[in-house]
Design a protein around this ligand. Sequence first.
Ligand code: DC
Length: 231
Amino acid sequence: MSEWTAVQGLTIAIDGPSGSGKGTVAKILADEIGLPVLDTGLLYRLTGSVALDHGAALDNEQAVVGVVDSLLGSIIWTVEGIRLNGADVTATLRSEAVGAAASKVAAMPAVREKLLGLQHQLAENGCIMDGRDIGTVVLPDAPAKFFLTASVRERARRRWTQLKDESGSSLDDVIAELKMRDQRDRERQHAPLKQASDAIAIDSTTLRVEEVVDRMLGVLERRKLIQATNP
Ligand code: DC
């Protein structure tokens, strides 16, 4: 049983750059307050991955939109991850190559537009959503928004520690790739990564995950969006 109970239909937006810890923090917070958590990056990752598999040029918006159209009827996106034609493909989407492809397709307005409906549908009954544009575009009316940051070096270190065994990349490779992805996500025209004006920024560079979650719980409690289950 969760330690906290969230008000009916509560939506929480968590945005931030790659490696800022959004996913980890969102999962722990979700457990604490009994809400489902949805990782919107998986939608862009799946699109990028299938586009790569189909040989679609990642600068051809029309071709990538075709990929999204072909996907929409075949995916099941839940708190567990994402299924394509019944198979759980979540783990295959975590590679750097797929991340880079995702960042390219995510810059396409028509692709974002197509994926927006799906995100709205799933948020309807309350959830925590993590991504880049949740507080600004997907859930602009969410009563709690957080923007998680950390230094590039620290974010790269976290990513590198995760990848070390599977990829031959050096820490410097990961830093360079992360900087490129940050730039693409921040400078794109449509729904760029940016802090919503009413979001609370948390710099996690020197914080433990539990400290970040505690700060979030504090905000939610002060706003009366959660209350202790057994006070
Ligand atoms: O969070 P992630 O690394 O899984 O995201 C993969 C890519 O998708 C990343 O480059 C940014 C993009 N993305 C986005 O543009 N909007 C979102 N809401 C989520 C992810």
